[in-house]
Design a protein around this ligand. Sequence first.
Ligand SMILES: [Zn+2]
Length: 332
Amino acid sequence: MKKLFLSILLLTLISNSYSLSFASARQNEADKENTPQLRLTFFKEMEAIYQIPWYYIAAIDQFERNIQPVRKDIPEKKGLIAIYFPGEKWAGFLHPNYEDTNPGRIQFFAGFGEDGDGDGKADRNNDTDVLVAYLSYLSRYGNTEENIIKALNDYYRNETTTKIISEMAAIYRTFNTLELYQRVFPVPKWNNYSYRSTWGDARGWGGVRIHEGTDIFAGYGTPVRSVSYGYIEILGWNKFGGWRIGIRDTNNIYYYYAHLTGFKKELKEGDVVKPGDVIGYVGSSGYGSPGTQGKFPPHLHFGMYKYNGRNEWAFDPTPYLRIWERNSKKNK
Ligand SMILES: [Zn+2]
């Protein structure tokens, strides 16, 4: 029974891999626009075989794509699938040759590598082999959300990474697409507002901290919108940020909206939002115990952070704000 299933699986993979290797060969050139659809199709086919939800497969692949440009020790993997196996992981730590592609020997040395497309080689640069290897690993844990989370914790040995991948999966599940690139300015353009680059300025409260964000000055109650598709990771009080919201997108950005006068009614941690959704209102909360406000003029403090699988750091949002502001004016 298992043999029959495996040969059907193999046949499916062989027929898939033809079109997929064709796709990855071309994808560096003019075919970029098709890439998200090809990926989505690939993930859904893999879901049918391995019973791992496609949105988890998408989140893992995108997570690896996100961290490669911000990590010196991981190369940027080319091709349709970004998941990267170092040689020792692929071939097996005790394997004398980390570049071996022989599936039998790799299995003997307990490497992750598998021959997914049936060409007799387990090649860590082959999209199908890579995805099959990762999904075989996951499916050994089972296919419930709890099983997947356990498998991810064991794989990355980092609970923040697992949490971020799960959040990305929730976003993909909600919107049923990989194309979540749209961004908007956080304050609707018909409101009066002003901002300038305040990156790195000294801050007035709470000791020596530099200003990690851009302040957008606007009146009390001005709507604050999510700039991106995202997952509400944090919503509540912080003594510095006051009533604040933290939203993570699928492209390695965490957005921080602070000093709000209040939140959009019924919005809560774990919710998924899209660009333009109102999440709260401009205020002057913060710099004290819960409810403190009025210690400075009302404004939205807007921060942006990146993550590399180990730590998170802030960068200047101002250039991005200028682009989104221009685009919002063009479109509406
Ligand atoms: Zn600020």
